[in-house]
Design a protein around this ligand. Structure first.
Ligand code: ATP
Length: 248
């Protein structure tokens, strides 16, 4: 049990959730390593939602509201940290949720499905038959026919570069949440939110609520004005290794 007075309370709390998910079999070993990398970037970014991240969150909300068929992808880390927030966002958008795992086993799929259902999800895709996107025979190209396969806008937090590339090439708008602004995923996605998923997902939901009444033209304008490359460049400028130790 971590004391709330501890200066690293929030970060240690997330670690605890990650370890707990790993012990329950929700998270693969490599999911813990991925979390560690994310944690390091979060530290350098001041563990707060930056201005470029706020812009990306707003663009993501606009894209999701404009979508004909928005689908939210859930992997082990997402299920460990924000299962309830993903269900809430899906409900807000009347969108679907699909389990998508790099290290896919029937047991892990089942456990994640249970976590999502426990948080109120009525429908969870990606649990049975999967189709290969554009006939690409890679295991990273599989998707549910009712979900990501036929979606126009997908939110794929903590994705890998290969899959992001496949999703982009198939013509989808790809929104990612990835604390590493240098990753292939961040560079390849249509909208990259460089923020911790625990802050980003509730912020997207809040932005969807705020923009819901907007005219279509206004949402399209938000999207047009968003430049992912430029936004990543601005984020990289914010990586400040002296932030916590200005005397160094
Ligand atoms: P790529 O193929 O895109 O270059 P990668 O293979 O280097 O990515 P992965 O291990 O596939 O990286 O993806 C994990 C990514 O998720 C890392 O870039 C890490 O920074 C990020 N990440 C980990 N935890 C979080 C979190 N809580 N919130 C947001 N991003 C996170």
């Amino acid at each position: 049990m971590i004391s709330e007075d501890h200066p690293r309370y929030h970060s240690l709390r997330l670690r605890e959730m990650i370890v707990d998910a790993w012990q329950r079999g929700i998270l693969a070993d490599s999911g813990m390593i991925a979390h560690g990398r994310g944690e390091a970037f979060d530290y350098l970014l001041g563990e707060e939602t930056t201005k470029p991240a706020e812009r990306a969150i707003r663009a993501a909300a606009a894209a999701l509201l404009l979508a004909r068929k928005p689908v939210l992808s859930v992997n082990g880390n997402t299920a460990a940290l924000v299962p309830g927030e993903m269900v809430k966002l899906a409900r807000e958008l009347k969108g679907k949720i699909e389990i998508n795992l790099f290290h896919r086993t029937p047991r892990r799929v089942k456990l994640i499905e249970e976590v999502l259902r426990d948080k109120g999800a009525d429908e969870v895709l990606g649990v049975d038959k999967l189709t290969h996107i554009d006939g690409i025979m890679s295991p990273r190209a599989t998707a549910s026919p009712d979900g990501i396969y036929s979606a126009d806008v997908v939110l794929v937090p903590l994705e890998d570069g290969d899959r992001t590339e496949i999703l982009r090439k198939s013509g989808k708008t790809v929104i990612t949440v990835d604390l590493n602004p240098l990753s292939r995923t961040s560079r390849m996605a249509s909208i990259s939110i460089t923020d911790n998923i625990v802050r980003a997902v509730p912020a997207i939901t809040a932005s969807v609520r705020e923009l819901r009444g907007s005219e279509r033209e206004e949402l399209e304008r938000i999207l047009e004005e968003f430049d992912n490359r430029e936004n990543l460049r601005e984020t990289i400028k914010l990586l400040d290794i002296r932030r916590y130790n200005p005397e160094l």
